[in-house]
Design a protein around this ligand. Structure first.
Ligand code: PMP
Length: 361
């Protein structure tokens, strides 16, 4: 048996994959696969509408927020968020706490003035408290990334700001309760917690729609997407179908509260081993903002002993635990514990870590 600890594309719930398999040749009694259905057919329409309705229910999305399904992934939204929202004042605040928010800020700078609210951090291992931020009162929005997937840094608070809050939740979406009304826009690429790559969820407050820059490509234009019920062009129908099944799976497994409890239990298990290893395992992230989704660590020392790390990865693979290698920009190990990873699977990783510690300390 293989346990997939990938950072994304990542593990999907086995129950969902089995349902996809069972329905593959004959989707909902249509006699054809969902991949072969017209996106304008009523059969497909029901699938997309149900996915959006289930998401609205799961997150308690207020009626004055639109849910859009788009393509282009998180990177598409680095551009789309700026193209659609920066126009009101021409400037926006970016809270750069890791690789992904840095990339988003760089992209946005093509379309307006970007103000970095923090001095450049020496390392992405912390979230400076909001009292230290230098916010621009003229900003159209404040942007941040709730969970930095590469560095394993997750916000432990929702910023309180006077302008719309824009948040990249790609790697912790639907893993803890959120109050949507605190945000102007939330987006998430599907391929970590909610489905296959190819579909991106956008939740945006109605009054922010329609302020896009003139150069905004139609495919990234919130107003056009909204007017066309996310069917401006052919959507990633298969991805939306699978994502809809994941939403049903979350509903059947305790909802967001259930996902949140699991996430806490799983990540605590691994962080406890790291913290009790006398420095053999080392996680550079400040305790308060350690990610429940992506647990990065080094082995042997804070800089990492590459030989030991290689051995650990080989041992893990031999036991069926795969895709544990850290992001190429930071090295080391990264265990991603998204919603679909079970406590039982996490315990197998914990067991390996304890045994490896005993043999190599
Ligand atoms: N934001 C975050 C937090 C991510 O983890 C990623 C991808 N790993 C992205 C954005 C970029 O997403 P994509 O590859 O879908 O463009």
């Amino acid at each position: 048996m293989v346990i997939n600890f990938a950072a994304g594309p990542a593990k999907l719930p086995e129950e969902v994959l089995k349902e996809v398999q069972a329905n593959l040749l004959n989707c909902n009694g249509s006699g054809i696969s969902v991949m072969e259905m017209s996106h304008r057919s009523s059969n497909y329409g029901k699938i997309q509408e149900a996915a959006i309705a289930d998401l609205r229910e799961l997150l308690n999305v207020p009626q004055n927020y639109k849910i859009l399904l788009m393509q282009g992934g998180g990177t598409g939204q680095f551009a789309a968020s700026a193209l659609n929202l920066i126009g009101s004042t021409g400037t926006a605040d970016y809270v750069i706490t890791g690789s992904w928010s840095a990339k988003a800020a760089k992209e946005a700078a093509q379309y307006g003035k970007v103000n970095a609210v923090l001095p450049k951090l020496e390392s992405y291992t912390t979230v400076p408290r909001q009292s230290t931020w230098k916010l621009d009162p003229n900003a159209s929005y404040v942007y941040y990334c709730d969970n930095e997937t590469v560095e394993g840094v997750e916000f432990d608070f929702v910023p309180e700001v006077k302008v719309p809050l824009v948040c990249d939740m790609s790697s912790n979406f639907l893993s803890r309760p959120i109050d949507v009304s605190k945000f102007g826009m939330i987006y998430a690429g599907a391929q970590k917690n909610i489905g296959p790559a190819g579909v991106t969820v956008i939740i945006v407050r109605e009054d922010l729609i329609g302020k896009h820059l003139k150069v905004t490509p139609s495919i990234l234009n919130f107003e056009l997407m909204d007017k066309n019920s996310s069917l401006l062009n052919t959507p990633p129908t298969f991805g939306i179908y699978v994502m809809g099944l994941v939403f049903k799976w979350i509903k059947a497994n305790g909802g967001i509260a259930g996902m949140s409890e699991r996430a806490k239990a799983k990540s605590q298990l691994i962080y406890n081993i790291i913290d009790k290893s006398n420095g053999f395992y080392y996680c550079p992230v400040q305790t308060q903002v350690r990610s429940r989704m992506n647990v990065p660590f080094r082995i042997g020392s804070s800089a990492g002993n590459e030989q030991l790390e290689k051995e650990f990865l080989a041992k893990a693979e031999a036991e069926g635990m795969i895709q544990l290698k850290g992001h190429r920009s930071v090295g080391g190990i990264r265990a991603s514990l998204y919603n679909a990873i079970t406590l039982d699977e996490t315990q197998k990783l914990a067991k390996l870590m304890l045994a490896f510690y005993e043999n190599n300390k």
